[in-house]
Design a protein around this ligand. Structure first.
Ligand SMILES: *Cc1c(COP(=O)(O)O)cnc(C)c1O
Length: 377
C-alpha cells in the first residue's frame, strides 16, 4: 500500500457494530469485565489502553514503517519518556545544539537536566558527534532534522551509524518532516518521535506526542510502562483528531512544501531580506543532503531581515494574514521572532523570523510579507 492509502486506512476498519466508516471516539474510562472476571474486549482502563488511542498508535506505526507506537499527552511528554526509557547504561545524551527550544527548557528547568549528562553538538559536523559519543558512555543520540530555528539538515544515516558504533541508540524527532517527507527507520533510527500537535493534527487544535518503534525494540516496554504508570497519556479526543488529521497528511504536506518553496523563493529576492534558511533553495547548505534524504523540503523556514530585532518585530507587526503565533504545522501561516522567544542563549540571529507556511494561497502570503517588509529601509 502507498502511504496515501495507509494514511486513510491504517488503524481504521469499518465499525462492525454500526457500519460507521469513520472511526468512533471512545471517551469511556473503563471497560466491563466478563462474568468470569476477564476483559473480553482487551480493554480495562483508559490509561492502560483505549480503542481510540490504540487506533492512532496503530496508524502511526504503519505510516512510519515501525512495528508499534506509544502515544503521550504532548511531544514533550514523549521526549521525556524517550530519555527515561533509553535502553543502554550510558548516562550521556547527545543532543543537537540547534534543537526544539522546549528540550533546552526541559534540561535547564527540570530534574531531567541533573539526571542525565547532556552534551549539545552541531550534528552536521560528524567529527564533533563522534567525539561527543566517544568521550563518555552514551545512552542516546537525539537527532532533529530539519532543525529549529536554523533549519539545518543533519545526515540521519551517518549520525545513526556513529551512535551505533558507540553502542548508543539514535532517536529522530521527525515532527517537522513527518513520515511523508522523511523515513528515519530506513536510515537506521532506533525510534522516531513526533509532536502530533503539529503537522499530524494539522489544524492547530490538539496536543499529543508519539514514539514509534521497530520490531523487538528495547524502547517499547519501558515506553509502555512510562505511559501506563507515569500517566501522561494522549486523551481519546486528541487521538481521534490526530487520526482525522492523518488522513490528509500526505496531501497537506505536498501543499505545505509547495507553499514554502514559493514563499522562500520570493523572500530571497526581496532587498530587505538578508538571507533565507530553507533547504529547498539550491544555495542552502542543506540542499543536497535534504534532496537525498527527504522527499520534500518541508513547510518550515526562517529568514533574516536586515536591521536586526527591531526591523524583524516591525515586519511581524505589519502582517495582516500571517498570524504572530508560536507552533507550526497548521492550516494558518504563522510567524515568530525566535530570538525574543528563546532569550539570550538563542542561536537565532536577532533579525530571524521563523515561518510555518500554512495552506492559504502562497501568493497571498507573499503579498502580505512584501507589504510588511516595505517598512524596512
Ligand atoms: C512542538 C515540538 C515538540 C514538542 O511538542 P509538544 O506537543 O509541543 O509538547 C518537539 N519537537 C519539535 C520539533 C516540535 O516542533
Amino acid at each position: 500500500m502507498h502511504i496515501e492509502t495507509k494514511a486513510v486506512h491504517a488503524g481504521r476498519d469499518v465499525d462492525p457494530s454500526t457500519g460507521a466508516v469513520t472511526i468512533p471516539l471512545h471517551p469511556s474510562t473503563t471497560f466491563e469485565r466478563g462474568p468470569d472476571g476477564s476483559f473480553p474486549s482487551g480493554y480495562e482502563y483508559i490509561r492502560d489502553d483505549n480503542p481510540t488511542r490504540h487506533a492512532f498508535e496503530t496508524a502511526m506505526a504503519a505510516l512510519e514503517g515501525g512495528c508499534a507506537a506509544v502515544a503521550f499527552s504532548s511531544g514533550m511528554a514523549a521526549i521525556t519518556a524517550v530519555f527515561e526509557a533509553r535502553p543502554s547504561r550510558g548516562n550521556r545524551i547527545v543532543v543537537p545544539d540547534d534543537m526544539y527550544f522546549g528540550i533546552r527548557s526541559l534540561i535547564e528547568e527540570t530534574d531531567i537536566g541533573h539526571r542525565f549528562d547532556f552534551v549539545a553538538v552541531d550534528m552536521r559536523d560528524l567529527g564533533a558527534l563522534r567525539t561527543a559519543v566517544g568521550a563518555a558512555p552514551t545512552g542516546l543520540v537525539w537527532i532533529e532534522t530539519p532543525s529549529n530555528p536554523l533549519i539545518r539538515v543533519v545526515d540521519i544515516r551517518a549520525a545513526c551509524k556513529i551512535a551505533h558504533e558507540a553502542g548508543a541508540p539514535a532517536v529522530v524527532d521527525n515532527t517537522w518532516a513527518t513520515p511523508i517527507l522523511q523515513r528515519p527507520f530506513e536510515l537506521g533510527a532506533d525510534a522516531v518521535m513526533h509532536s502530533a500537535t503539529k503537522y499530524i493534527g494539522g489544524h492547530s487544535d490538539l496536543m499529543a506526542g508519539i514514539v514509534v518503534v521497530p520490531e523487538a525494540s528495547p524502547f517499547e516496554r519501558p515506553l509502555r510502562m512510562i505511559q501506563k504508570h507515569k500517566g501522561s497519556v494522549a486523551a481519546p479526543f486528541d487521538c481521534w483528531l490526530a487520526l482525522r488529521g492523518l488522513q490528509t497528511l500526505p496531501v497537506r504536506m505536498r501543499a505545505h512544501c509547495d507553499g514554502a518553496q514559493k514563499v522562500a523563493e520570493a523572500l530571497s529576492r526581496h532587498p530587505a531580506v538578508d538571507s533565507v534558511l530553507y533547504p529547498g533553495l539550491p544555495h542552502d547548505p542543506g540542499h543536497a543532503l535534504a534532496a537525498a534524504q527527504m522527499s520534500g523540503y518541508g513547510g518550515m523556514f526562517s529568514f533574516v531581515v536586515n536591521g536586526g530585532a527591531e526591523a524583524a518585530m516591525l515586519v511581524a507587526a505589519g502582517l495582516k494574514i500571517v498570524a504572530r503565533a508560536t507552533s507550526l504545522g497548521g492550516t494558518h501561516t504563522l510567524i515568530e521572532h525566535r530570538a525574543s522567544v528563546e532569550g539570550p542563549k538563542s542561536l537565532a540571529p536577532a533579525g530571524l523570523l521563523r515561518i510555518s507556511v500554512g495552506l492559504e494561497h502562497p501568493q497571498d502570503i507573499i503579498d502580505d510579507l512584501y507589504q510588511a517588509l516595505s517598512v524596512v529601509k
